[in-house]
Design a protein around this ligand. Structure first.
Ligand code: 7RM
Length: 657
């Protein structure tokens, strides 16, 4: 299909259909289909969450007190006892033991594995015994540095089973980053793999782990899963093979009763500057919010749905919506090992077609990449099994939202744009697909039980039609309890901006005339140009709205005249050239969409934008480039080499001006 036609079609849809009602059949069958859910939750959020905790989880012992708030610290379900692995596995066995928990799709064809709840339970029990055999018990931290293989959720759940908090580090992180996180957490054991597959190459996980372990005094053992079969050195007395340990382990292991407030895991936040923050999540509260949101936002029908969250388990999205949410809800998930363009750019659609995926959850940046690749890839496949789509990670521009719904969802599916953070543990602002009238680009409304608002610099509500900071006015069960061994930083980062009773996520947000929330991105990305507040995202959205633009990143660079100046980095759709004429055209286009005040001062064309491994554009780096600074740490980039290219172009342009 010619791209011009696609663009015109999208343009027309953007004009015509500003809002999307839930399709009647969808609403009729939705888990959440009655608007009273909001009223009920608003009346008494604590009681509502307690209801969710009872409904969605199995407790060994009911809590004595549902909530305690000693600002800015809080606890949920105090005195309650439960186990996350028991909730994910054991309690499903009688009725659903033969249901598939994971359809594991390896990057290479031909070895798809279907793992039932019973098999997963058995592996988890065995591995829990393996960990016990290595001296791991309640409270000991376990580092995990793996690719997307079934042994990864097995390892996490085994930790949860014996009460050992896991500390997962994304497999794309360097040895240095891994070491820093292992030491910060004081991990006793590390679980890794010989290597992982990515785009046909192998990632040397064990080699990186070895390098990290040259200076990790607390790590006593390293357990290695065999995946690639590469020859890796095994250090006598420290390193052990997973498959050998599993062979001898008993499949009998009681789940340890944990306190609701016991740490389930720690995960370092994807901060781009400074020391990583060890975000602490609990057992009862976290699992409650994850299970509740997963069930209602994705409208999970455990016996029918094939659900696919295409994130990496190394990020919070994977923790909550590949492991804990779907398993708590006894759902069948796709677990995909590899990249969206391997062996070809239609890999996702091959998987959706072959496994009849019904729900797909991915990131806006991935969607924009699909747009860049063109509609012919999805069009080659039958995607009619899809009934619901979701996005997370950054604001989604309306054009991408519409494209996603139209070309992936066949114009039928609701799209849930879900806003949340590593720190919140679970979804906070989101549509409920059977209830909410959608507006492309808006995450719509706070989830039931979430009290959110938008405030100005002084902390006063801005009211409808205005922008400010999004805030959370009452702790939810899934939110972080602290930063590991850095409680001062916790208080200062999240509970100080507007006093100790208001959680500050550091995201800008606009409330529209109908009370919809439009998340605008990090407030550190908001520019101030001649006293005007302009979101980098708004300008980016205007740029990608232009027919020749594939992706754009905008930063505010210091400027002697206007305070900040808008600098745009732009990648073009195939076949277009970055000429002076086009620069003028794009500036004009932004002026038309937002206003002259938002016109970028400079536009720099580049083949790629620098992105973190979770796909977030590294604006900080681009800001460094735009302001002519020495570049900081680039190790968390997935494509570090593009930075030098961009820097040279930026210098050239500066010379021209
Ligand atoms: C889940 C996750 C958190 C930051 C957050 C926002 C941005 C995430 C959305 C979004 C607009 C969304 N955790 N963000 N989702 N912005 N709309 N639907 O991404 O800790 O890695 O990032 O991501 O800025 O503060 S995270």
């Amino acid at each position: 299909m010619p791209e011009r036609e696609v663009e015109q079609h999208i343009e027309a849809l953007l004009q015509e259909r500003r809002t999307f009602e839930p399709p009647a059949e969808f609403r009729a069958q939705a888990n959440a289909r009655d608007e009273s859910i909001y009223e009920e939750a608003n009346k008494d959020p604590v009681a509502w969450w307690a209801g969710q905790a009872r409904e969605r989880l199995t407790w060994f012992k009911e809590w004595d007190r549902d909530f305690n708030w000693d600002p800015p610290h809080y606890q949920w379900f105090i005195g309650g006892k439960l186990n996350a692995s028991y909730n994910c596995l054991d309690r499903h066995l009688d009725e659903h033991g033969d249901r598939i928990a994971y359809i594991w799709v390896p990057e290479l064809d031909g070895e798809t594995k279907r793992i039932t709840y019973r098999q997963l339970h058995e592996d988890v029990c065995r591995f829990a015994n393996v960990l016990k055999g290595q001296g791991i018990g309640k409270g000991d931290k376990v580092g995990i540095y793996m690719g997307m293989v079934p042994e990864l959720p097995v390892a996490m759940l085994a930790c949860a089973r014996i009460g050992a908090p896991h500390v997962v580090v994304f497999g794309g992180f360097s040895a240095d980053s891994l070491r820093e996180r292992m030491n910060q957490a004081g991990c006793k054991v590390m679980i890794t793999m010989d290597g992982g597959y990515r785009r046909g190459n192998t990632i040397p996980l064990k080699a990186n782990a070895d390098e990290a372990m040259q200076d990790t005094p607390t790590i006593e053992r390293c357990i290695v899963v065999r995946r690639t079969g590469d020859d890796v050195p095994m250090q006598q007395g420290r390193d052990l093979w997973y498959h050998e340990l599993m062979q001898d382990a008993s499949a009998d292991c009681e789940a340890e009763p944990m306190d609701a407030e016991d740490m389930l895991y720690m995960l370092h936040s994807s901060g781009t500057t400074g020391k990583p923050k060890g975000v602490v999540h609990t057992t009862g509260g976290y699992l409650t919010q994850v299970a509740s949101t997963h069930y209602n936002v994705f409208d999970i029908k455990p016996d029918r749905d094939i659900y696919w969250c295409a994130a990496d388990i190394g990020w919070v999205t994977g923790h909550s919506y590949i492991v804990y949410g779907p398993l708590t809800n006894a759902c069948t998930s796709v677990l995909y090992e590899g990249a969206p363009d391997y062996p070809d750019k239609d890999r996702f659609w091959t998987i959706v077609e072959e496994h009849k995926v019904t729900i797909l959850y991915t990131a806006p940046t991935t969607i924009r990449t699909f747009m860049k690749w063109g509609v012919d890839y999805p069009k080659k496949h039958d995607l009619s099994s899809l009934r619901l789509l979701g996005t997370v990670g950054e604001p989604i521009n309306p054009e991408a939202w519409i494209w996603y719904q139209e070309y992936i969802g066949g114009g039928r599916t609701p799209v849930v744009d879900t806003w949340w953070q590593t720190e919140t543990g679970a979804i906070m602002i989101t549509p409920l697909p059977g209830i909410t009238t959608l507006k492309p680009g808006s995450a719509t409304f706070p989830y039931p039980g979430v009290i959110a608002d938008v405030v100005d610099d002084a902390g006063n509500p801005v009211g409808r039609g205005k922008a400010g900071y999004v805030v959370i006015k009452h702790p939810t069960p899934g939110m972080l309890r602290t930063l590991y061994e850095a409680d001062d930083r916790y208080v200062e980062t999240y509970w100080s901006r507007f006093g100790d009773r208001v959680y500050f996520p550091a995201d800008g947000c606009k409330l529209d005339e109908d009370g919809y929330f439009w998340l605008l991105g990090r407030v550190d990305d908001v520019m101030n140009v001649s006293g005007h507040r302009i979101s980098t995202y708004e300008v980016e959205s205007a740029l990608v709205d232009h027919e020749k633009v594939a992706e754009a990143a905008v930063v505010g660079a210091q400027d002697p005249d206007t305070g900040q100046a808008i600098i745009a980095f732009v990648t073009l759709k195939g076949g277009n050239e970055g000429t002076e004429e086009l620069i003028a055209e794009l500036r004009e286009h932004v002026a038309k969409v937002i206003g002259k005040l938002a016109r970028p001062k400079s536009i720099i064309f580049t083949d790629e934008l620098p992105k973190t491994r979770s796909g977030k554009i590294m604006r900080r780096l681009l800001k460094d480039v735009a302001e002519g600074r020495q570049l900081g740490d680039v190790t968390t980039l997935q494509n570090a080499d593009v930075v030098e290219e961009i820097r040279q172009k930026a210098t050239l342009r500066a010379g021209e001006e």
